[in-house]
Write a protein that binds this ligand. Structure first.
Ligand code: PRX
Length: 677
């Protein structure tokens, strides 16, 4: 297989390359537990349109047969005999894949590669400071580090099924800790290190974790966050028995509570590198990841072991056309699902080399991404439109001064990519020769749902294009809930049947799982997104249709920001909406009604911005605060967000019917004082 200068051209239709199905593996029958001799599946993902069509068709017409075959891409301790038992029926939602199989996820990501690729780099760690040496961690070293980490956790009493919260910088220890949990059959819940102590505490409490793993500090963009200090504050609100395991990153001073805080290094010094891998069921939970919903507190999305791993590995291989010895870089943080599936689990289960970057795109300057691509000869690069928009605003010299000739495929994720950003990514970064895969998916979906496959899909700037194998998108009329069956369609995006990577439930809240995803449109999984299907059958995501906004590719529930605002003593009421923001995609626009004894002022705006930042984290800092003497409400007291959105978008001529408002005059005031005119 050529690994350089691929003969693709962007927008080329169906360049004929053969997409052979993954090599069939000899894994029938029971396998002795200690044999890890199965080579990972890397070769053969090159796609052409006909093969994509044939494989897609097979995945829909015979899902059992299709996934029985592809389920074998991972090693099973006890092979599955049942493939699929799924239902989206509103009164009987259940999802089970490979349900009687058993496996260990860490063995799949590490042990089975050792015989053939023990000396190959598994993780390239690129520190925040470009002058600090990068680290190449081989699969053998990964095995040793994860073994030690698992033994430390075991010594601290972590058992199969226990929850462990991770609050870490983007350092190799984050991957070690995730895989160590997987090795023990414990359930990790990674909390993004940019979240506040309060947000961390609520996740520790909701998951019932008995241990939180953190580091002394977290360097990012030349600054250091006091992570341990944040954990100290969070643990004031948690059970006294919760322990804190601290990894050394910066060497800075930390406050210490004996009997609760433990230095990882001290325990690891005497820990063995071998740790027995637990045999877990395919449907046992692998991780919980909290994400914002349109109402209430964040939801603990639960992913299980077998189906998730099959799907993460398969999407990583096919979507990015990952080939043997390629270097893959996903710039996300492990605190988000993208980091779970495409920094850790997908690449490692495939025996790939994955880059883990601690820093930010603009430190020490706007060339950092491209410097890292050149330095590590990155072949597939996966980032978010918000980063692309940020970088395209700088001089192209930041890109062109680096040798990017190893790049083969570029990826985009997190929000719709606008054509200007797509074109810049294509021309300036990809030099017109790297297909751009615009991958639509969600925390809940485990892996890509709608995406181009390099070479197989005709690319269109801004279109997520075609469904991945096994995924059946449908567009429904938002009012009637009826499926629109014409090729060209616009409405809400739902999924008709389950794929192996979909979440199984919400942690501790099975009812909310059904009401949040399967109740609005009965019989379907509702993504929360609007979507258009064009005459070629390509899907274009048009953005959220619920009260979730997408800020720099991060999901934010407007209800979360509202409840943070009203927790401030001077705030009587708040309503939050998204508005178009040049860099972030959407910005956070807050209408705030103050207590009668509070005076509006610029200082108070700053105070409230800082307050929300402290309550949730820097990503939730309001962009605009508009004082609202009153909010537009119906006579029954419901806030009419449609009107607030229009005012924030400065589309005040199209406000529609305001006659049902209890007091229409509040709208005039809001229009007169709107932030964007
Ligand atoms: O609105 C869609 C948007 O991000 C939401 C999912 O957010 P989250 O669970 O945080 O996961 C982000 C990374 C997988 C979706 O409901 N979204 C994600 N990818 C795309 C997108 N919108 C348009 N195009 C995409 N490629």
């Amino acid at each position: 297989m050529p690994s350089h200068s691929p003969p693709w051209a962007v927008n080329a239709e169906g360049v004929p390359r053969s997409l052979s199905p993954p090599p069939k593996q000899e894994r029938e029958g029971e396998m002795p537990k200690d044999i890890h001799n199965t080579p990972p599946l890397l070769a053969g993902a090159h796609a052409d349109t006909e093969t994509y069509n044939a494989m897609y068709e097979a995945s829909i017409s015979d899902p059992e047969g299709f996934w029985a075959e592809h389920g074998k891409r991972i090693d099973w301790i006890k092979p599955f005999t049942k493939v699929k038992d799924t239902s989206f029926a509103h009164d009987d939602v259940h999802v089970k894949w490979f349900e009687d199989g058993t496996l260990n996820v860490a063995e799949n990501c590490i042990d089975r590669h050792l015989a053939t690729r023990g000396d190959q780099t598994a993780i390239i760690f690129e520190p925040d400071d470009p002058n600090e040496p990068a680290q190449n961690i081989t699969y053998q070293q990964l095995s040793d580090e994860v073994g030690k980490f698992a033994n430390v956790l075991k010594d601290l009493g972590v058992k199969q099924g226990d929850r462990v919260v991770l609050y870490l910088p983007m350092i190799p220890a984050a991957a070690y800790a995730m895989l160590a949990c997987a090795r023990l059959g414990a359930v990790h819940s990674v909390v993004f290190a940019g979240f506040s102590p309060d947000a961390l505490a609520s996740r520790i409490n909701d998951s019932g974790a008995k241990i939180v793993i953190t580091s002394d500090g977290a360097p990012r963009g030349g600054r250091v966050t006091d992570l341990k200090g944040n954990v100290d504050k969070a643990l004031l609100h948690c059970d006294d028995h919760v322990k804190c395991l601290v990894v050394k990153r910066t060497g800075q001073q930390v406050t210490w509570q004996e009997n609760r805080d433990i230095w990882y290094d001290e325990m690891a010094a005497s820990a063995s590198t071998f740790c027995h891998a637990a045999e877990v069921g395919a449907e046992d939970p692998l991780f919980i990841l909290y994400t914002s919903g349109s109402t209430g507190k964040p939801k603990g999305v639960v992913h299980t072991s077998g189906g998730y791993l099959v799907y993460a590995g398969m999407t990583h291989q096919y979507t990015f056309d990952y080939q043997e010895n390629d270097v893959f870089w996903c710039t996300a943080d492990v605190g988000w699902v993208t980091g779970h599936s495409y920094i850790v689990y997908g690449p490692l289960v495939n025996g790939a080399t994955t880059v883990m970057f601690e820093g930010v795109p603009t430190y020490p300057d706007a060339g950092r991404f491209w410097a890292v691509c050149e330095k590590h000869k990155v072949n597939q690069f996966y980032t978010a439109p918000t980063a692309i928009r940020l970088l395209m605003g700088q001089s192209d010299d930041f890109v062109t001064k680096y040798d990017l000739s190893d790049l083969k495929v570029l990826g985009s994720v997190g929000e719709p990519i606008n054509p200007e950003a797509w074109n810049w990514y294509n021309e300036v970064v990809g030099k017109g020769k790297c297909p751009i895969v615009d991958t639509f998916w969600q925390t809940e979906t485990g892996g890509h749902l709608i995406t181009a496959l390099p070479g197989a899909t005709k690319l269109k700037p801004g279109a997520a294009t075609k469904p991945f194998f096994g995924v059946q998108p449908v567009i429904l009329d938002p009012q009637s809930g009826e499926e629109i069956t014409t090729v060209e369609a616009e409405g809400v995006l739902c999924m008709k049947d389950a794929w192996p990577g979909i979440m199984r439930t919400l942690w501790g809240d099975a009812d909310r799982f059904v009401s949040a995803y399967f109740a609005d449109y009965k019989g379907y999984y509702f993504t929360g997104d609007g979507c258009r299907r064009d005459a070629d059958g390509d899907y274009w995501i048009t953005g959220r249709v619920d009260d979730v906004i997408n800020v720099s590719g991060h999901r934010m529930g407007t209800a979360e920001v509202e409840s943070a605002l009203v927790a401030h003593e001077k705030v009587a009421e708040a309503a939050v909406v998204g508005y178009p923001h040049e860099l972030k995609g959407q910005g956070i626009y807050c209408y705030v009604t103050l207590m009668s004894d509070a005076d509006p002022s610029d200082e108070l705006v700053k105070e409230l911005q800082a307050w929300v930042r402290k309550e949730i984290g820097p990503i939730a800092k309001p962009d605009v605060i508009q004082w609202a003497p009153g909010l537009p409400k119906t006579r029954s007291g419901k806030i009419m967000r449609r009107i607030l959105r229009k005012i924030a978008e400065n589309e005040v001529d199209g406000l529609g019917d305001t006659s049902t408002l209890a007091d229409p005059s509040v709208v005039d005031d809001l229009i007169a004082n709107r932030a964007v005119k």
